[in-house]
Design a protein around this ligand. Sequence first.
Ligand code: WTA
Length: 631
Amino acid sequence: MSLQIRSLEAYQKAYQESIECPADFWASIAEQFVWRKKWDKVLDYDWLKPTTQWFLGAQLNITENCLDRHLVTRPDQTAIVWEPNDPNEPSQQISYKELHSQVCSFANVLKNNGVQKGDRVCLYMPMVAELAVAVLACARIGAVHSVVFAGFSSSALAVRINDAQCKVLLTADGGFRGHKITPLKDIADEALKTCPSIQKVIVYQRTRQNITWNPSLDVWWHEELQKVNNHCPAEPMDAEDMLFILYTSGSTGKPKGMVHTCGGYMVYTAYSFQNVFQYQEGDMYWCTADIGWITGHSYIVYGPLLSGATTLMFEGVPSYHDFGRFWEICEKHKVNQFYTAPTAIRALAKYPVELVTKYDLSNLKVLGTVGEPINEEAWHWYDQHVGKHRCPIVDTWWQTETGGIMISSLAGITADKPTFATHPLPGIQPVLLDQQGNEITATKAEGILAIKHPWPSLARTIYGDHKRYKDVYFAAYPTYYFPGDGALRDAGGNYRITGRVDDVVIVSGHNLGTAPIENAVNEHEKVVESAVVGFPHEVKGNALYAYVTTYDDVVPSADLTQEIKEIVSKTIGPIAKPDKIQFVKGLPKTRSGKIMRRILRKIAAKDTSNLGDVSTLLNPEVVQDIINHSL
Ligand code: WTA
């Protein structure tokens, strides 16, 4: 199956067709998959309600498309390369045939442990290959997987298990991450004190540490596998049946369980994977995300396997055994497409460039980024030192809610532009809205990003709370999907995501996005990273507060403060100059690497009495330090 666009003209043609007749366009893409039953209707939607349905009446099982189909054409090709945390432990190669067998076996384990079609299964697992196997095993029997990132705390895990009323929990004794071992089973035990819906815990043995055993709930993964064979027919699923739930944090309240369905998600993740990354037969593709995030779901597991690709899974962290590990892995496995996050790029760029240049990166063809706006400096570092100016960079804008990449260049086919996600994929109709919700017609403009027409992999609802789904995504600007991001569009129609709309600060009546200001601050050669927020100001309404991290050998000074202000003044204008600049040891980050500006806003406003829950942060310890030294 090739869904690939191979020229600029072909992209333009596909885009045009996808806009003029979306149903015909997506039907022709969907034809290339294996369906048990074809659809009666391609698309039905009403975004005032809101409802969206794709491939109505069709039946399929996504694992037949990820696995069974490839047994004929590529049984012995490696499906998954697994690279362990410890570089001295051997990596694993799992062929499509072996993966199929493992998935079927584990699907039988799930069935033996009472899992039925429609049941929710929570996965709280390290990045072992069995995590991917278990995800697919759920899909095989029509159970709904809810993967919870293995860095979350017991209370965060409990909230997610309870929200989805999961029946079975899959976990491990522990997980290796760099020098650390995460005691996953202990954390899960703590969570389960408040999770009555869980009837079984299937424990994968990884670290072999001591754990507490609860005979009424716990069974060993490897022992259960002894009891089953590897024959498991795939459960026929309606295109609109639930495939998975994945939680994403809202700006307020409890996490939102985004619901993705089988048919549309399958079609769109394969299509976007093949086009954005331009994966070719025989390539080695690596996405560094964790399967606990949507990027891991769509672009480690489903997109690549649907496409018959070889996908690399890494158990560890970029800093172990040293900060050259990513590049060492690229050399070792001859990686061709490499996909990571700006926060990782910035972290690695702090270290001597020899950690990159000492490795042979000549197999790299495509670089990708995702998760937040990439600043100019990080983009150029990536381009120069990793891509050696020969690899296109795909800056992919999308969300947990969108299921797949929405705005991005197609590597080597459409042009990239530093800090711009560039153009929409076929089928995606972005618009810019003004504050009143009117579409801005001028090409060159800045506004609120919205999407005008459904695409197949849109999350259909928030599990158990359709009203919230409507309120968050469809109420502010009726008939549009509202992602919550701001964007600007250049004269060539390229989109640049400027950050969350709620990160806009109005200073003396001027709307200022904080992302471009951070970009400017980061331009200073001594600066590693920054976060800019607004705080109340008597005269200006709001003023700007910049939290800045510098390279280890830099001593912060009044001169440095002045120089940073000058850069901002020069790049954006004097209006954007921060009133306050605080040098900090680290910025509070979520576990997916996003800066928690909510906390920084409170500190800047000297309102630290109730900072909310900081326990889910990657580095909660920096918060007190920032408060102690706040200006
Ligand atoms: C941000 C991650 C700028 C954006 C796939 C979005 C980006 C949120 C980019 C979704 C990008 C993601 N450029 N911003 N290339 N990619 N974002 O749900 O604010 O973890 O709304 O999905 O990340 O984050 P999520």
